[in-house]
Design a protein around this ligand. Structure first.
Ligand code: GRF
Length: 203
Protein backbone atom coordinates (compact mmCIF):
# COMPACT_ATOMS: atom_id res chain seq x y z
CA UNK A 1 0.00 0.00 0.00
CA UNK A 2 1.18 3.54 -0.81
CA UNK A 3 1.32 5.82 2.25
CA UNK A 4 1.49 9.60 2.37
CA UNK A 5 2.42 10.72 5.89
CA UNK A 6 1.58 14.20 7.24
CA UNK A 7 3.75 15.64 10.02
CA UNK A 8 4.13 18.87 12.00
CA UNK A 9 6.80 18.00 14.52
CA UNK A 10 9.82 15.83 15.20
CA UNK A 11 8.41 13.01 13.07
CA UNK A 12 9.23 10.12 15.41
CA UNK A 13 5.96 8.44 14.42
CA UNK A 14 7.01 8.88 10.79
CA UNK A 15 10.39 7.37 11.58
CA UNK A 16 8.71 4.32 13.12
CA UNK A 17 6.68 3.89 9.93
CA UNK A 18 9.76 4.31 7.73
CA UNK A 19 11.56 1.65 9.77
CA UNK A 20 8.60 -0.73 9.50
CA UNK A 21 8.29 -0.20 5.74
CA UNK A 22 11.88 -1.35 5.27
CA UNK A 23 10.54 -4.90 5.72
CA UNK A 24 8.82 -5.94 2.46
CA UNK A 25 6.47 -8.20 4.47
CA UNK A 26 5.03 -5.10 6.15
CA UNK A 27 3.06 -4.42 2.97
CA UNK A 28 3.34 -0.64 2.78
CA UNK A 29 5.74 2.01 1.65
CA UNK A 30 5.87 5.73 2.40
CA UNK A 31 5.74 7.50 -0.98
CA UNK A 32 5.78 11.11 0.24
CA UNK A 33 5.74 13.23 3.39
CA UNK A 34 3.83 16.49 3.78
CA UNK A 35 3.94 19.16 6.48
CA UNK A 36 2.13 22.35 7.43
CA UNK A 37 5.38 24.10 8.24
CA UNK A 38 8.96 24.01 6.99
CA UNK A 39 12.02 22.97 8.96
CA UNK A 40 10.32 20.17 10.87
CA UNK A 41 12.18 17.08 11.99
CA UNK A 42 9.65 15.03 10.07
CA UNK A 43 10.43 16.66 6.73
CA UNK A 44 14.16 16.38 7.42
CA UNK A 45 13.80 12.65 8.15
CA UNK A 46 11.88 12.21 4.88
CA UNK A 47 14.43 14.17 2.88
CA UNK A 48 17.22 12.06 4.44
CA UNK A 49 15.37 8.96 3.24
CA UNK A 50 15.25 10.44 -0.26
CA UNK A 51 11.46 10.77 -0.16
CA UNK A 52 9.47 13.49 -1.95
CA UNK A 53 8.28 16.12 0.54
CA UNK A 54 5.87 19.04 0.31
CA UNK A 55 5.01 21.88 2.67
CA UNK A 56 1.70 23.75 2.65
CA UNK A 57 1.72 26.62 5.17
CA UNK A 58 -1.61 28.21 5.98
CA UNK A 59 -0.20 31.78 5.97
CA UNK A 60 0.81 31.27 2.31
CA UNK A 61 -2.84 30.97 1.26
CA UNK A 62 -5.63 33.58 1.06
CA UNK A 63 -7.97 31.25 2.92
CA UNK A 64 -8.19 27.96 4.76
CA UNK A 65 -10.23 26.59 1.87
CA UNK A 66 -7.43 27.22 -0.61
CA UNK A 67 -4.90 25.73 1.80
CA UNK A 68 -7.05 22.61 2.18
CA UNK A 69 -7.48 22.26 -1.60
CA UNK A 70 -3.75 22.74 -2.23
CA UNK A 71 -2.84 20.16 0.43
CA UNK A 72 -5.30 17.65 -1.04
CA UNK A 73 -3.84 18.25 -4.51
CA UNK A 74 -0.26 17.77 -3.29
CA UNK A 75 -1.26 14.50 -1.62
CA UNK A 76 -3.23 13.27 -4.66
CA UNK A 77 -0.13 13.61 -6.84
CA UNK A 78 1.36 10.67 -4.94
CA UNK A 79 -1.73 8.47 -5.35
CA UNK A 80 -1.83 7.15 -1.76
CA UNK A 81 -3.86 4.18 -0.64
CA UNK A 82 -3.73 5.48 2.94
CA UNK A 83 -2.91 8.89 4.43
CA UNK A 84 -1.36 8.84 7.90
CA UNK A 85 -1.52 11.94 10.09
CA UNK A 86 1.39 11.38 12.46
CA UNK A 87 1.49 14.41 14.68
CA UNK A 88 -0.04 16.66 12.04
CA UNK A 89 -1.48 19.60 13.90
CA UNK A 90 -4.03 21.03 11.50
CA UNK A 91 -7.70 20.15 11.02
CA UNK A 92 -8.21 18.64 7.56
CA UNK A 93 -11.02 20.30 5.66
CA UNK A 94 -13.84 19.27 3.31
CA UNK A 95 -11.77 19.14 0.09
CA UNK A 96 -9.23 16.85 1.75
CA UNK A 97 -11.97 14.68 3.28
CA UNK A 98 -13.83 14.42 -0.04
CA UNK A 99 -10.69 12.90 -1.55
CA UNK A 100 -9.20 10.97 1.38
CA UNK A 101 -11.81 10.69 4.11
CA UNK A 102 -12.33 7.07 5.13
CA UNK A 103 -8.71 6.22 4.32
CA UNK A 104 -6.93 8.68 6.60
CA UNK A 105 -5.81 7.67 10.09
CA UNK A 106 -4.59 9.91 12.88
CA UNK A 107 -2.70 9.16 16.06
CA UNK A 108 -3.66 11.10 19.19
CA UNK A 109 -1.84 11.04 22.56
CA UNK A 110 -4.93 10.44 24.75
CA UNK A 111 -7.74 7.90 25.12
CA UNK A 112 -10.40 9.58 22.95
CA UNK A 113 -13.05 10.82 23.49
CA UNK A 114 -11.12 12.11 26.51
CA UNK A 115 -8.82 15.07 25.91
CA UNK A 116 -9.23 15.83 22.19
CA UNK A 117 -7.35 18.74 20.64
CA UNK A 118 -3.84 20.03 20.48
CA UNK A 119 -2.90 19.80 24.20
CA UNK A 120 -4.06 16.30 25.10
CA UNK A 121 -1.13 15.38 27.37
CA UNK A 122 -1.19 18.71 29.21
CA UNK A 123 -4.98 18.47 29.64
CA UNK A 124 -4.80 14.91 31.01
CA UNK A 125 -2.12 15.94 33.53
CA UNK A 126 -4.10 19.04 34.52
CA UNK A 127 -7.23 16.96 35.05
CA UNK A 128 -5.30 14.60 37.30
CA UNK A 129 -6.17 11.31 35.57
CA UNK A 130 -4.08 8.31 36.63
CA UNK A 131 -4.39 6.53 33.31
CA UNK A 132 -4.22 8.06 29.87
CA UNK A 133 -2.89 6.60 26.62
CA UNK A 134 -3.09 6.93 22.87
CA UNK A 135 -5.63 6.38 20.13
CA UNK A 136 -5.39 5.62 16.43
CA UNK A 137 -8.61 6.60 14.66
CA UNK A 138 -10.04 7.36 11.24
CA UNK A 139 -10.18 11.07 10.50
CA UNK A 140 -13.62 12.60 10.00
CA UNK A 141 -14.76 16.21 9.79
CA UNK A 142 -14.43 16.76 13.53
CA UNK A 143 -11.45 17.32 15.82
CA UNK A 144 -10.17 13.87 16.89
CA UNK A 145 -13.74 12.48 16.58
CA UNK A 146 -13.46 9.78 13.91
CA UNK A 147 -14.10 6.04 14.52
CA UNK A 148 -11.55 4.50 16.89
CA UNK A 149 -9.34 1.77 15.42
CA UNK A 150 -6.93 1.02 18.31
CA UNK A 151 -6.14 2.33 21.79
CA UNK A 152 -3.63 1.53 24.52
CA UNK A 153 -3.45 2.79 28.11
CA UNK A 154 -0.43 4.49 29.66
CA UNK A 155 -0.25 5.08 33.43
CA UNK A 156 0.47 8.59 34.70
CA UNK A 157 3.40 8.55 37.12
CA UNK A 158 3.44 10.62 40.35
CA UNK A 159 6.36 12.68 39.05
CA UNK A 160 5.33 12.95 35.40
CA UNK A 161 5.38 16.28 33.70
CA UNK A 162 4.07 16.92 30.20
CA UNK A 163 7.34 15.94 28.50
CA UNK A 164 7.98 12.74 30.43
CA UNK A 165 4.39 11.56 30.04
CA UNK A 166 4.24 12.50 26.35
CA UNK A 167 7.50 10.68 25.68
CA UNK A 168 6.13 7.51 27.31
CA UNK A 169 2.89 7.83 25.36
CA UNK A 170 4.84 8.29 22.13
CA UNK A 171 6.65 4.99 22.72
CA UNK A 172 3.28 3.22 22.75
CA UNK A 173 1.91 5.42 19.97
CA UNK A 174 4.69 4.49 17.56
CA UNK A 175 4.03 0.78 18.09
CA UNK A 176 0.25 1.27 17.70
CA UNK A 177 0.42 3.31 14.49
CA UNK A 178 2.86 0.83 12.92
CA UNK A 179 0.62 -2.10 13.85
CA UNK A 180 -2.60 -0.47 12.62
CA UNK A 181 -1.16 0.88 9.35
CA UNK A 182 0.41 -2.50 8.59
CA UNK A 183 -2.86 -4.35 9.16
CA UNK A 184 -4.88 -1.82 7.19
CA UNK A 185 -2.34 -2.05 4.37
CA UNK A 186 -2.31 -5.85 4.31
CA UNK A 187 -5.84 -6.79 5.31
CA UNK A 188 -8.08 -3.73 5.25
CA UNK A 189 -10.98 -3.19 7.62
CA UNK A 190 -14.75 -3.23 7.90
CA UNK A 191 -16.83 -0.68 9.73
CA UNK A 192 -20.35 -1.03 11.09
CA UNK A 193 -21.30 2.52 12.03
CA UNK A 194 -18.57 3.72 14.36
CA UNK A 195 -17.28 0.25 15.14
CA UNK A 196 -14.17 -0.58 13.13
CA UNK A 197 -12.96 -4.14 12.94
CA UNK A 198 -9.77 -5.12 11.24
CA UNK A 199 -10.12 -7.80 8.58
CA UNK A 200 -7.46 -10.38 9.26
CA UNK A 201 -6.62 -13.05 6.73
CA UNK A 202 -4.19 -14.89 9.03
CA UNK A 203 -5.86 -14.84 12.50
C1 GRF B 1 2.42 12.71 18.75
O1 GRF B 1 2.23 12.39 20.12
C2 GRF B 1 1.08 13.00 18.12
O2 GRF B 1 0.02 12.17 18.58
C3 GRF B 1 0.85 14.41 18.58
O3 GRF B 1 2.11 15.05 18.45
C4 GRF B 1 3.12 14.04 18.58
C5 GRF B 1 3.95 14.07 17.32
O4 GRF B 1 5.11 13.43 17.57
N1 GRF B 1 -0.15 15.08 17.77
P1 GRF B 1 6.16 13.18 16.34
O5 GRF B 1 6.19 14.48 15.52
O6 GRF B 1 5.63 12.03 15.54
O7 GRF B 1 7.45 12.89 17.03
Amino acid sequence: ARLVVLVSGAGTNLQALLDACADPAYGAQVVAVGADRSGTGGVERAAKSGLPTFVRRIPDFPSRVEWDASLAEAIAEHEPDLVVSAGFMKILGPRFLAAFGGRTVNTHPALLPSFPGAHAVRDALAYGVKVTGCTVHFVDEGVDTGPVIAQEAVSVGWHDDEDSLHERIKQVERRLIVDVVGRLARDGWTARGRRVSMKCTTC
